[in-house]
Design a protein around this ligand. Structure first.
Ligand code: HEC
Ligand code: HEC
Length: 262
């Protein structure tokens, strides 16, 4: 039990947090419900299922499996660990798809209005979207620092990034980023399915291929997976060094593919 000023401070903090979250509260827009359902039934049911539980017939053999929307847990967000995504995050996923998975892109199949409507419909599958506390402000993604595009300077940063990677990430992602670290085989997602760490040498990672996309993963984490947020355990500089290291792995692997080397 907290007493006196400590309790008062705690209440004040809780109120500030709720007030801040309430600003981003975005429950399903009922006016788009019917259109959203129509779009969902024609384009999404085959994988995500009538009830939004990810059990559509076309998704049964996909790895990763189509998202079960009923838990209200989303991987690809601009918001902090644990929070719901913004409407724009979901819109981006539906528009661009998720490269390297069965999730298609709908930029050419659906109008912008239909993509916005289906996003609102997806939000009706979980009660989490009715509670303001589950929302949060998007995190700020800074521009890459000047050294990022300077070969001479970035070589040194890649080296520091590599050292930090060996300590913090290699246990899951493997020393060379191939996704085969010691802990990898035992990892599962929230839904109890085996989940392998990303092979970071591949040209596409699910969140996108820009350095800022990789940076974003490090500050948001992927909800529902063992890939946690490193927002509190790394500095901004360390995160860019990690991104620089991952970029170097990707360049190396693209070069090998181009020259046919092993
Ligand atoms: C061919 C199968 C398929 C179809 C069709 C499909 N999806 Fe997906 N979707 C997936 C898979 C697989 C994933 C999981 C990817 C992952 O975990 O990285 C996914 C994930 C998602 C996510 C979750 C992203 C996150 O942040 O966790 C959303 C939102 C989504 N799909 C929306 C839709 C909507 C809306 C439609 C219809 C317009 C649709 N999907 C159609 C296979 C499909
Ligand atoms: C506890 C194990 C674990 C640790 C530690 C870990 N990761 Fe991950 N990481 C994962 C898993 C599992 C995935 C795949 C998630 C998925 O596909 O849904 C992943 C995915 C990623 C992705 C790809 C995201 C995407 O959108 O596809 C990046 C980038 C990444 N990790 C970077 C890192 C970096 C950098 C570190 C160290 C600071 C790190 N990870 C530490 C388990 C881990």
């Amino acid at each position: 039990m907290l007493v006196g000023w400590a309790a008062a401070l705690n209440d004040a903090a809780a109120q500030t947090n709720s007030a801040a979250a309430a600003k981003y509260f975005s429950p399903p827009d009922e006016s788009l419900y019917l259109r959203g359902r129509f779009v969902y039934q024609r384009n999404c049911v085959a994988c995500h299922g009538e009830a939004g539980d990810g059990s559509g017939p076309m998704g049964l053999t996909a790895l990763p499996r189509p998202r079960n929307f009923r838990a209200g847990i989303f991987k690809y967000r601009s918001t902090p660990s644990g929070a719901l995504p913004t409407d724009d995050d979901l819109f981006r996923t539906v528009t661009q798809g998720i490269p390297g998975t069965a999730m298609p892109f709908f930029s050419e199949i659906l109008t912008e209005r239909d993509r916005r409507a289906v996003v609102q419909y997806v939000k009706t599958f979980s009660r989490k979207w009715r509670a303001p506390d589950n929302f949060a402000a998007p995190v700020t993604i800074p521009e890459p620092p000047a050294w990022f595009t300077d070969d001479a300077q970035s070589a040194r940063r890649v080296e520091s990034g590599g050292k930090l990677f060996a300590i913090t990430c290699a246990g899951c992602h493997g020393a060379n980023g191939d996704g085969k670290g010691e802990a990898a085989a035992a990892l599962e997602d929230f839904w109890g399915r085996k989940l392998v760490p990303a092979d970071l040498r591949r040209p596409w990672i699910h969140s996108g291929h820009e350095p800022t996309d990789i940076y974003k993963v490090l500050v948001t984490g992927l909800n529902g997976t063992p890939m946690a947020s490193f927002a509190d355990t790394t500095t901004e500089q360390q995160r860019w060094e990690l991104v620089a290291y991952i970029e170097s792995l990707r360049r190396e692997s693209a070069e090998k593919a181009r020259t046919g080397g092993k």
